[in-house]
Design a binder for this molecule. Structure first.
Ligand code: NDP
Length: 448
């Protein structure tokens, strides 16, 4: 049994049996058996089942939000937003089932057409930062395309996904279609990667484990989608609405206590506005409400574990520009921290995955782009300016998968999400995600 801990109180809130390789094999076998009937289901019926699941998530919204908040230590208001998105994701993919179709292509001597075939059994490996949300981003398109799934939650946060699996059965999704196997990445995850009957791995997590997924998948030429780390830049030009940009910036780093692959943890500011912006940023950061995740007003909770807190702390040496307060007593707390940095510093290059922002000045547009791109990652980012032409010039020049202009929000149910460079490949959400859970088949029918 593995103890599941509330990061805000350090109390054990559940015991979950960690499964082994044999149990993983059994889940893959169940998914394989369920596949022919699931893929053969009429599209409207598959859509109806996904819609029912979405409705059940809505009906259990508060229960799922509480589970997520306690298990991941996230503020209840944030957890509610995430569970709301989970329902929207299933509604979206219910609607997408019969809108993801093939083509007819003009050829000589007959008719050529393409089909979108499901892959079969897909293995989904998800992290602890957005346990249910990220699971739904993979489950929605995988199920809509007619695949069956074996999902491994992070060892630290299995509870919401285990509850979702119960709701999937209650919705009428047949046994064997959605299988959740809690356990260690090195055991359950590894087995899924190697298993000859698993056609694809959808993975979100660290770049290091992403590399292992890719290597392991090579043995059976598995398809992989990798959503990995980030070190995204929030680029603020002097002509931006500085008050608005500074008021928004803390939430783009400290949301989910910085444990967000999209965190805009490098704040690049044009030198002529640097002093003014840093004053505004510190003021805005002072306003972030850190405390009990169960309190409706809380905006930032603790980190996920004591070990992770140590890693985060190792990034900050010397006196930061700003360090906030945290509650006394139990919990894996780490304060909102702003440091001044240069592009080559470790804090400006490595993913911290905690509430630490690096503030970096730049001279002009060319230097802003150069610094933003000087990273092995390329997941998200923001551009703040009142010059529309510059906004688009810079957006096209930054090597990153998801960008927002005069906003820090870039994750939506209907739009593609994913990375450039070592932030991974493949796209989640929107119609784009369906590409990663289906295979194109080309059929020629002779009319001669
Ligand atoms: P990991 O990449 O280790 O974990 C992500 C998932 O992969 C978990 O379900 C984990 O299982 C599983 N896993 C771990 N090892 C293997 C393996 N050998 N084979 C198959 N699956 C495996 O992330 P961490 O939790 O260790 O976090 C470390 C860092 O990764 C963070 O500090 C952050 O920088 C980054 N990260 C990025 C995320 C993102 O959203 N892109 C999400 C999480 C982390 P288990 O629970 O057993 O560890």
């Amino acid at each position: 049994m593995t103890a599941v801990v509330n990061p805000a109180t350090e109390e054990t809130i559940a015991e979950v049996e960690a499964r082994g390789a044999d149990e993983t094999d059994a889940a893959v076998a169940a998914a394989k058996e369920a596949f022919p009937a699931w893929r053969a289901l009429a599209p409207a019926d598959r859509a109806r089942l996904l819609r029912r699941l979405a409705t059940l998530v809505e009906e259990h919204h508060e229960e799922l939000s509480r589970i997520e908040s306690r298990n991941a230590g996230k503020p209840i208001s944030g957890a509610r937003g995430e569970v709301g998105m989970v329902a929207q994701v299933f509604h979206f993919y219910a609607g997408a089932v019969d809108k993801h179709h093939g083509e007819t292509i003009p050829v000589a001597g007959g008719v050529d057409m393409t089909f979108r075939e499901p892959l079969g059994v897909v293995g989904l490996i998800v992290p602890w930062n957005f346990p249910l949300n990220i699971a739904s981003w993979k489950l929605g398109p995988a199920l809509a395309c007619g695949n069956t799934v074996v999902l491994k939650p992070a060892e630290l946060t299995p509870l919401s996904v285990l509850r979702l699996a119960e709701l999937a059965l209650e919705a009428g999704i047949p046994e064997g279609v959605v299988n959740v196997v809690p356990g260690k990445g090195s055991v359950v995850g590894q087995r899924l990667i190697e298993h000859p009957d698993v056609a694809k791995i959808g993975f979100t997590g660290s770049t290091e484990v992403g590399q292992q997924v890719m290597r392991g998948a090579a043995g059976t030429i598995k398809r992989v989608t990798l959503e990995l780390g980030g070190k995204s830049a929030n680029v603020v030009f002097a002509d931006a609405d500085l008050e608005r940009a500074a008021a928004a910036a803390p939430y783009a780093v400290f949301d989910n206590a910085g444990q967000d692959c999209c965190a805009r943890s490098r704040i690049l500011v044009e030198r002529s506005a640097y002093d003014r912006f840093s004053e505004l940023l510190v003021e805005a950061t002072r306003g972030v409400r850190v405390g009990d995740p169960e309190d409706d007003a809380t905006e930032m909770g603790p980190l996920i574990s004591a070990a992770h807190r140590e890693t985060v702390a190792s990034f900050v040496d010397g006196e930061p520009l700003y360090r906030g307060d945290v509650p006394d007593g139990k919990g894996f707390w780490y304060p909102c921290t702003v440091v001044e940095a240069r592009p080559g510093d470790r804090i400006a290059r490595d993913e911290v995955f905690g509430p630490v922002a690096a503030l970096i000045p730049f001279a002009d547009e060319a230097e802003a782009v150069r610094i933003a791109n000087d990273s092995e990652y390329g997941l998200s980012g923001s551009i703040w300016t009142s010059d529309g032409a510059r906004a688009f010039r810079v957006a096209r020049a930054i090597d990153t998968g998801v960008l927002s202009i005069n906003s820090n929000s870039s994750v939506r149910v209907s739009t593609p999400f994913g990375g450039f460079k070592q932030s991974g490949f493949g796209r989640e959400l929107g119609m784009h995600a369906l590409e990663g859970y289906s295979e194109v088949k080309n059929v020629f029918y002779s009319t001669d």
